[in-house]
Design a binder for this molecule. Sequence first.
Ligand code: RAT
Ligand code: ZN
Length: 438
Amino acid sequence: MDDGLQQRVEQIAASIPITDIHTHLYSPAFGASRPGDPGGDPLLLWGIDELLAYHYFVDEVFRVLPARSEPGSLGPAQFWAMPVADRADLVWQKLFVERPPVSEACVGVVDVLTALGLEPDEPDLTRYRSWFAARDIDAHIDEVMRLAGVTKLVMTNEPFTDLERSRWLENPRVADDPRFAPVVRVDPIVERWPEACRKLAAWGYGVADDLSGDTIGEVRRFLDEWIERARPEYLACSLSPGYRHEPDSDDPALHDFARLFDECLVATAREHGLMLALMIGANRGIHPEMQIAGDGLGKTDINQLVSIARTHPDVTFLVTLLSREDQHELCVTARKFANILPFGCWWYLNTTSQIREITRMRLELLGTAFIPQHSDARVLEQLIYKWRQSRRLIGECLAERYIEAERAGLSVSDAAIEADLDRLLRGNYAARISAGVH
Ligand code: RAT
Ligand code: ZN
């Protein structure tokens, strides 16, 4: 490896302001958690207790707790009944005190504490709790964003979630914070139509389970109203690994799925000039007792995505797939369909080895025409470790390509490196959202 080039790329990467295109963070007006006070239904989570109660640690802690058959074991139901602070204490004790933190998420917390100027090896959480309790949330958000190098955070706004819906209805200016951009995500319309239909009917839309009457028009009215309300940068939905896009199917369930997808989601995206983000591959609730920590993953059939991209050449699909096995097919498919914009190393792929592997593959097959990462942060301070690590790895992978280019006889200027990193960390997304009409 050429250390000089590597260093130049890393230095330039450190200076590029990042747009984080998919997070579960909210602006404080949606309600922020208060360290030491579990009440208030907050949507913006932050602080040491939330960091340790993160669902990535729930599966990890169960792997080291006594087995269900042993004395002293704890079941998921008991675990979830514990207050956040008790869950955080347990995670700290088991994963940070009794053994050195090794997993991606564990090392991430150490990185966060160190970056915030705290000692990462306290025997318990007392000092961290007082430190966080003394923060002012607004100034803290600015500080965390500065440490992460992020200048814009894209939220995931879910109108089918009662709590979130009520925050939007109570305060029409709830999203007026320039640091946070809205996105309207509507999984239930395509993934759980009976549930979506019931809610829409209760909210006064004239919809029917079998899509009869003006159901499609009414779903579109709902989406139009939310676009008007939230002014999203894109529309989004998550699809399970076995989804099928078969508009001509005789199977009524498949036919209805395709109508809701094509005539509601895609048609709305088209009309408003928005991208539609598809997050595909989460196998929800494979261990239901684990609640939010109970989701697995599955491989998808790339032909379904081909069908979507071919049917709708005039709509851009931001696509991320959860299974490692699907990543090469996604790159090849994106080479054929310029309206597929691959993004991020999602969830179980947001690890050192997977980011390296996937980013290398994407650079080799797609050049710089993709969006290498999003954080998926659910707790504010996670931005720090997730972005420090991704920024470094993206720089490392890009430097490898420049070394190849130099070996082939071309020398790459700092200006060219900066332009490439700007595309990857901000510009490719900005170019597509500004191409739309808002
Ligand atoms: O990564 C996560 O936190 C998951 O729980 C999911 O939220 C996933 O990212 C999603 O957006 O569905
Ligand atoms: Zn997510």
